[in-house]
Design a protein around this ligand. Structure first.
Ligand code: MOS
Length: 736
């Protein structure tokens, strides 16, 4: 029945997870564990003048209070995107500086978590406060043209042809500005660390997408050899970019544990996550599109303001994505970073692509109404096989097929193009919208090791992290198929620095990097067997082949790099650094694609929006694990709905911080918000980008959901929403 190359393997870790057996990072409770809790800054910016610890220390069970006066031996963290390992340059409690409201300013260690929390509340902290900019609109916010920003990896504006003249000469034009508030990941598993020392050897249990980065980063901050650090992160309860680098608590947990001479656990509570970790930056995007009367784009101008911190220049890569949507003959972008007093923003699932798709695909919808052209047809007319930025061909781009198959499955032909023309039996206005999304095709250096045993079991160790996306299931699927063994005979070891190096798993390059290494190590194993004189072409079971070598087990290593990468780049990931390539490779460009069709029902009197139905088609190359891919895609669409209708962090510019910093008030979708989500895959391998034929999936699934929804809202209500999240009053006001 299935036309998939890989079988429909059930998620291998599902059974343990639903029974609560899976042990996440801070589920580890070594003997004699001490617990940490932070006191956090109650000013918007400034410095700590004094910390009165007397009442806290008098509380029975309190072990110690750590302030900036105690941490002078620690080196500050370095920003991931400036060659370091941390989510930002600033390290709370390593100096007296307070860079933003909610930043940790002291750490209490106690016998129990409850005592630590109580004692943290008893600290009396005096500050000197200075003026600050909490939002992009604050007078003290500092705009910087990104192309001029002093960044380690400077990002140029995109410029193809004479876009301004082309735009001005266009027959049909759109000029709209789209806004999006800051958003936060909120994985189920909170950020946290369990640190313990055995002599001079440090062991870290932590849910992280970057065990390698944490190992080298914490060693650097502590001034110890990375050889003496092991980071263990076999399961992550959701990462989504928030766990892509060292967080503030890691070095402090390790330091406190060394001071106390006992293991220390710090779990960062939900409200603190809104104040001392990354967020998707707020954006303002102006899109100018011009087309001829047949709907062919002639030019596009794209201006982006993206929020960053005053600590670091977090790159804004919206334009790189925006320029790849269509075959624009001319395109020009201008990106500014708006420096404010917040933690450095970071990568949050489809970090730029969620926002960029909202702007470009909303503008395309606006254009379709001006042209009186079907929005699917408009997109088909502007599809391209060539990347306009580099002039190189796309290695694969099945946007048109996604559009056609999606339209067919969704029943797009039943849509009456006139806004406010479709009404449900209960009076709700029905809207149907479409949008595409895309995400760059990256890959990077990865090492893998395999051990095949006489009893037929196989252990594969590869540099990747299992954050719930199904990486381990996909690895086992690939190994089982390639070696002709049962999936149950295969064990995968990931996220543990005591094996092969564990580089950052992010950017949808997990599978694209790891699977070629997994395939290579399987092939290396077969070659090792052949070299040992074993006939490998027949139907001999793997365990029998191992037995015929006379040994109990055979171990081989292999590695892979992305197209065009020098194998020496493996040295970078061996030291915990980031080294992906793509989407522009020698001779071609690679992106993954999504097309979403959305139906909304809008209650006419209240503006309440329901999303009863979504159909999404994806072009992610070969699907390695159909079950977990489908699950990941559905999850991405759910998040897209939340990221459009619910999520937005609110800041009072007078105080800073996030007012709705918990998941009671920072809204995310619940089951009742979600209707039918049908997802499909083109499942065409792309062997140009890697030997496994796989492109990224994890992020593209979310890209384009937002504009598909707001386009459907326009179709239902004739109200164009250009700011996310969509709020009821946006629909009410315009109906007056
Ligand atoms: Mo992803 S947002 O690069 O973990």
């Amino acid at each position: 029945m299935s036309r998939n190359f890989y079988p429909e393997l059930v998620r291998v870790d599902a059974c343990d997870k639903v029974r609560g057996i899976t042990r996440f990072g801070t589920d580890n409770r070594p003997e004699n564990l001490a617990h940490g809790a932070f006191a956090v800054a109650t000013i918007g910016k400034g410095r700590v003048l004094s910390v009165d610890t007397l009442s806290a220390e008098a509380l029975p069970g309190v072990l110690s209070v750590i302030t900036h006066r105690d941490t002078t031996s620690l080196k500050p963290a370095q920003f991931l995107m400036a060659g370091g390992y941390a989510f930002q340059t600033h390290s709370p409690i390593l100096t007296a500086e307070v860079a933003y409201r909610g930043q940790p300013v002291a750490l209490v260690l106690a016998e129990t978590l409850e005592i630590a929390i109580e004692a943290a509340a008893l600290l009396r902290i005096d500050y000197e406060e200075v003026a600050f900019a909490a939002t992009m609109d604050s007078p003290l916010a500092e705009p910087v043209a990104q192309a001029q920003a002093p960044m380690r990896y400077p990002l140029e504006d995109v410029s193809v042809g004479d876009a301004l003249s082309a735009y001005e000469g266009g027959a049909v034009k759109v000029d709209s500005t789209y806004g999006m508030e800051r958003q936060f990941q909120n994985p189920m598993e909170l950020i946290g660390t369990v640190a313990s020392w055995d002599g001079d050897r440090l062991t870290i249990h932590e849910g992280t997408q970057n065990a390698g980065g944490c190992k080298f980063g914490v060693a650097d901050q502590l001034g110890i050899s990375p050889e003496n650090v092991t980071v263990i992160s076999p399961f992550i309860g959701g990462g989504f970019g928030q766990k892509n680098s060292m967080q503030s608590q890691l070095v402090l947990a390790a330091f406190a544990s060394r001071q106390l001479g006992r293991p220390v656990k710090i779990v960062v509570p939900r409200r603190q996550l809104f104040h001392d970790t990354t967020s998707r930056p707020a954006t303002r995007q102006r899109v100018r599109l011009a087309a001829d009367r047949e709907g062919r784009l002639v030019g596009a101008l794209y201006d982006v303001d993206a929020q960053t911190s005053k600590l670091d220049f977090f790159p804004a890569e919206h334009a790189d994505t925006a320029a790849r949507f269509y075959g624009y003959p001319a395109f020009k972008s201008f990106t500014r970073l708006i420096r404010t007093d917040i933690p450095t923003p970071g990568y949050m699932r489809a970090p730029f692509e969620h926002a960029a798709a909202f702007a470009i695909e909303s503008a395309m919808d606006e254009l379709s109404y001006q042209l009186k052209m079907d929005p699917v047809e408009l997109r088909l007319r502007n599809d391209t096989a060539v990347d306009v930025v580099s002039g190189l061909p796309h290695s694969s781009r099945h946007v048109a097929e996604c559009l056609r198959r999606g339209a067919e499955t969704f029943g797009w032909s039943r849509r009456n193009p006139k806004p406010r023309s479709m009404v449900a039996a209960n009076g709700d206005l029905i809207g149907m919208g479409v949008a595409i999304g895309l995400y760059s095709g990256s890959g990077g250096p990865t090492r893998a090791r395999i051990i095949a045993r006489r009893d037929g079991t196989v252990t594969v160790n590869v540099g990747i992290h299992e954050m719930g996306q199904g990486a381990v299931t996909a690895i086992i699927n690939v190994v089982a198929k390639r070696l002709g063994v049962q999936p149950s005979a295969v064990t995968a070891m990931v996220g543990d620095t005591s094996g092969v190096p564990q580089p950052l798993t992010a950017g949808s390059w997990g599978s694209t990097s790891a699977m070629p290494a997994v395939e290579a190590v399987c092939d290396a194993l077969m070659q090792a067997l052949a070299e040992a004189g074993v006939e490998t072409s027949g139907n001999v079971p793997l365990g029998e082949m191992v037995a015929r070598t006379g040994r109990d087990e055979i171990q081989t290593d292999a590695s892979s790099v992305a197209p065009g990468q020098d194998p020496q780049v493996l040295g970078r990931t061996d030291t915990g650094r980031v080294a992906p390539a793509g989407p522009v490779y020698p001779g071609f460009v690679t992106y993954s694609y999504a097309v979403h069709f959305v139906e909304v029902h809008v209650e006419a009197s209240t503006g309440r929006i329901r999303v009863p139905r979504v159909v999404s088609m994806f072009d992610c190359g070969r699907v390695l694990s159909p079950r977990t891919a489908r699950s990941q895609a559905i999850g991405g669409v759910v998040w897209g709905i939340g990221g459009t209708l619910r999520e937005g962090a609110e800041t009072d510019a007078r105080y800073g911080g996030v007012m709705n910093g918990d998941i009671a008030e920072y809204l995310i979708p619940v089951n009742a918000d979600i209707g039918s989500i049908e997802v499909g895959f083109i499942d065409e391998p792309d062997f140009q980008v890697n030997r496994s034929g796989v492109k990224g999936l994890g992020e593209v699934v979310m890209a384009g959901v937002a504009p598909a929804i707001t386009n459907a809202v326009y179709h239902a209500t004739e109200t164009r929403v250009r700011d996310l999240p969509v709020r009821l009053e946006m629909l009410l006001r315009s109906q007056e």
